[in-house]
Design a binder for this molecule. Structure first.
Ligand SMILES: [Zn+2]
Length: 143
């Protein structure tokens, strides 16, 4: 029996994965397994639910990507238009990767962190002069 679940692609190879329940030796496992490389997440229960939640939990990736964005804010020359455009593209990709929607709490928290870095080094450019203008600039491709 299989149910349609919203599974992310394999974190190792990018292939599609399947969720199923495996029974044997008196043990029942919920399991998500990659169709290509065998990457798997198991959870001891008689449904796939726990395994699916763990498989889809990519918090580590999200933290790493936001750190990359923060480092970019510190290191890039944001007085240059091309760097500002690159920052916006990176932010747009980050929002797509993690299903962030403009003006939600999660979205605003990430953007506030970036602005906290930027206002120290590049608070005034051709694209923004305060946090509200920065917000409008960054969400241009998302709304
Ligand atoms: Zn895989």
């Amino acid at each position: 029996m299989s149910k349609t679940v919203d599974l992310k692609r394999c974190p190792f190879c990018g292939a599609k994965a399947k969720a199923r329940v495996v029974k044997g030796d008196g043990l029942t496992l919920g399991m998500v397994e990659c169709s290509n490389c065998g990457g798997a997440q198991r959870c001891i229960e008689d449904t796939c639910r726990g395994a699916v939640v763990m498989w889809n939990d990519r918090r580590g990736e999200k933290i790493a990507e936001l750190k990359f964005l923060k480092d970019f804010c510190r290191e890039a020359d944001l007085s240059a238009e091309i760097c500002r455009d690159q920052l916006r593209s990176l932010w747009t990709a980050y929002c797509f990767h993690h299903n962030l929607i403009a003006d939600t709490l999660d979205y605003d928290m990430g953007l506030t962190e970036l602005w906290g870095i930027i206002e120290k080094s590049e608070p005034d450019t051709g694209d923004w002069g305060n946090d509200e203008e920065f917000d409008n600039f960054m969400c241009a491709y998302l709304v």
